[in-house]
Design a protein around this ligand. Sequence first.
Ligand code: HEC
Length: 141
Amino acid sequence: MIKYFSMILVGLFLLIQLIPFGKDHQNPPIQSEPKWNAPATKQLFARACNDCHSHETKWPWYSHVAPISWLTQRDVIEGREYFNVSLWGTQKKNKGDEAAEELEKGKMPPWFYLPTHPEARLSPTERTALTKGLLSTFGGD
Ligand code: HEC
């Protein structure tokens, strides 16, 4: 019974790998970037935000494996849709002015992203520095 059940599970796992969504791991060309107030802001942003809010996404191995690939793909599509520093000034919806607030409130980066991306964990000093940098680069309140 257990053997039968695990065979079904393995079969399902293999089957879902055939679904096309989640395989489009593109990093389109960078068209225009913000005028960062300082190189440090750009660096901190790269550590904590780039994967979902730029065209410089790093796609780890597990982002190729369904069903995780579906979640990663959706996050990158949605993240870029709201706020994309590689289409700054080009993409119409681009919520840079909410970036500092999202960071301060702890909404961004999303909690589920942190365990697999320790580099995105900011120390209190780094978090303050990035908040200030985001404010002076993008404005906001
Ligand atoms: C794992 C992917 C991921 C990372 C990393 C990430 N974001 Fe996001 N972000 C999203 C997604 C998905 C959305 C759109 C849905 C939502 O608001 O939750 C979003 C939305 C936003 C928005 C728009 C908020 C709104 O609702 O209008 C801002 C601003 C933002 N993120 C800033 C940041 C900043 C700043 C960082 C780094 C400190 C960051 N994000 C890191 C995925 C991410």
